[in-house]
Write a protein that binds this ligand. Structure first.
Ligand code: SF4
Length: 219
């Protein structure tokens, strides 16, 4: 990472060029998870661990039809929830997680999803990444969710040299103004899936190749 005012300004310019290009490539960058309110997105995001958003979208209509509110899911039997979320994998842990976070939400927040990071990450099973997705996508607040794609893309593009997600997030917060934060994560994820893949990045056709300092570039 850069140090000194001139180097910091150059890093911010580099970061801006990259994000501008990703915005052109992905003009509408939002989560593919379907949700009607912050609670549904919170539950859907917990269910999305280790599976695709499409898989989650297949089960959530039934889940929310059967238990339409945090109060309903808090009162559900985990075994019945397991049967509904089975196809998303890790169904036992996920069923218990969504029931217990709904219970906590009802008991401590009257069933309303809090719109701040500290309260969200205080809910059982809700980490910083999940909380950031909810803040950015459901509330439109400045938050950057760092998953494996975001971390890898940020490192390859020279935006961070950290491996810890919290430090990558801090580096990105330094490089970009707060108004951009909510749009960073989903664009980096899409780009990381489609182009800058973990194993075989498509460097020859990459729209950021001329700006990419990654030493392992394939062209
Ligand atoms: S040039 Fe290759 S390593 Fe660099 S961002 Fe593009 S795909 Fe990723």
């Amino acid at each position: 990472m850069a140090s000194g005012p001139a180097a910091a300004a150059a890093s911010r310019r580099h970061a801006r060029v990259l994000l501008d290009r990703l915005k052109r490539r992905y003009p509408q960058a939002g989560t593919a998870l379907r949700f009607a309110d912050p609670w549904q997105l919170l539950v859907a995001t917990v269910l999305s661990a280790q599976t695709t958003d499409a898989n989650v979208n297949r089960v959530t209509p039934l889940l929310f039809a059967r238990w339409p509110s945090p109060q309903d899911l808090a009162a559900a039997s985990p075994e019945e929830v397991e049967a509904v979320v089975y196809s998303t994998g890790y169904y036992r842990q996920k069923a218990r997680a969504v029931v217990s976070l709904s219970t906590d939400l009802v008991e401590r927040f009257g069933g309303e999803v809090p719109a701040d990071l500290a309260s969200l990450t205080g809910l059982p099973g809700v980490g910083r990444k999940t909380a950031s997705v909810v803040l950015a996508e459901a509330f439109g607040l400045p938050a950057i969710a760092v998953d494996t794609h975001v971390g890898r893309v940020a490192r390859r593009l020279g935006l961070s040299d950290a491996t810890d997600p919290g430090r990558v997030e801090a580096d990105l917060r330094t490089l970009y103004p707060a108004r951009e934060w909510a749009g960073i994560s989903m664009r980096f994820i899409l780009f990381g899936r489609e182009v800058c893949a973990a194993r075989r990045p498509r460097c020859p056709s990459c729209p950021l190749a001329d700006r990419c300092p990654h030493p392992g570039k394939t062209a």
